[in-house]
Write a protein of this length. Structure first.
Length: 311
């Protein structure tokens, strides 16, 4: 393409910070031995996924985040990437230091639990003092419903600073993960999105198993955006034939190219930037007949606008 892309959905792999809350709860309730057994029984799924995409074996995260930063900078140069948006990176403090070391290349999101007592204050500090520019939430990993009125202070801060809020819905943790939760369906954010039209809510992975609900949600709420990141292997679980190209077509026809945002869900090395995902998505968009200016919206300009990078 005739422009540098922005990857809106990348994770900075930080050693010792990759365990999710639902995993901790499972281990507390059933013990680590059962957790490891559950994961081992699902290894064939992850191996099949890695083989299908020709991915190398994952290496442990580097002890030094500076080493990882350099590797990401090399990936950006290699793949013509303007900026990377790290939606997680250990915690707010760690990610803040990472992006401040390379502010011309890296962007970071706050990613603490919104149910923490001081969550709103922590979010305001992350935006106003730590240089973070958005907020990432794993909805199925929360201890309560994301539309709980106690989270209203969080939405007020997001409105005040005009930051995008990225919320993962759907299955969490791949095979062996979590498939049911009060926040599994993106429709749970319906009332919050309607009550806060000035907040741009980004729902990743094309809805991750809930495309119909996300399409309906985006149709009635103009502040709902869809993120294309990941392998989107969930299309194989649907009770009808579905491809990522089908998803691009449906969202394009429903909400237009202005609310579709490119991402890869890249995270670890030596895989680095997942060019396979980018190549597949670019090919799908071109084959659907999208024009150059529409491609630029999806692969760069939409997230640049939400992050106010042109100001």
């Amino acid at each position: 393409m005739e422009f540098k892309m922005i990857d809106s959905h990348v994770h900075f792999d930080v050693k010792g910070y990759d365990i999710l809350e639902f995993e901790k709860q499972y281990i507390e309730q059933y013990g680590k031995e059962k957790w490891l057994k559950l994961q081992s029984k699902n290894q064939y799924q992850s191996k099949k996924w890695a083989q299908a995409w020709d991915f190398p074996q994952r290496q442990p995260a580097d002890d030094d985040v500076n080493t990882t930063s350099v590797r990401w900078l090399e990936e950006m140069k290699k793949h013509n990437i303007e900026k990377l948006v790290f939606v997680t990176g250990g915690n707010n403090e760690i990610l803040s230091k990472i992006i401040q070391s390379h502010p011309e290349h890296f962007i970071g999101y706050a990613h603490h639990n919104p149910f923490e007592i001081d969550a709103a204050e922590k979010l305001e500090f992350a935006i106003s003092e730590q240089g973070l520019k958005g907020y990432k939430i794993l909805a199925p990993d929360l201890p309560g419903k994301i539309n709980d009125t106690s989270l209203e202070p969080i939405w007020k801060v997001a409105e005040k600073y005009e930051i995008p809020v990225l919320i993962h819905f759907g299955i969490l943790g791949a095979a062996g993960g979590l498939a049911t939760h009060v926040n599994i369906n993106p429709m749970v954010i319906h009332d919050v999105a309607r009550a806060h039209p000035d907040i741009s809510f980004i729902i990743p992975h094309f809805g991750c198993g809930h495309p119909q609900e996300l399409l309906q949600l985006a149709w009635v709420c103009p502040n709902i955006y869809v993120d294309t990141s990941g392998s989107n292997q969930w299309v194989r679980w649907m009770p009808y034939p579905l491809t990522v190209k089908d998803l691009f077509k449906k969202y394009y026809e429903t909400i237009g190219p202005e609310r579709i945002i490119f991402g890869t869900d890249s995270e670890w090395f030596p895989r680095g930037f997942v060019k396979q995902y980018y190549d597949e998505q670019r090919k799908d968009c071109i084959e659907l007949g999208m024009k150059q200016d529409e491609l630029k919206l999806i692969f760069r300009d939409n997230i640049a606008r939400l992050l106010r990078l042109e100001e």
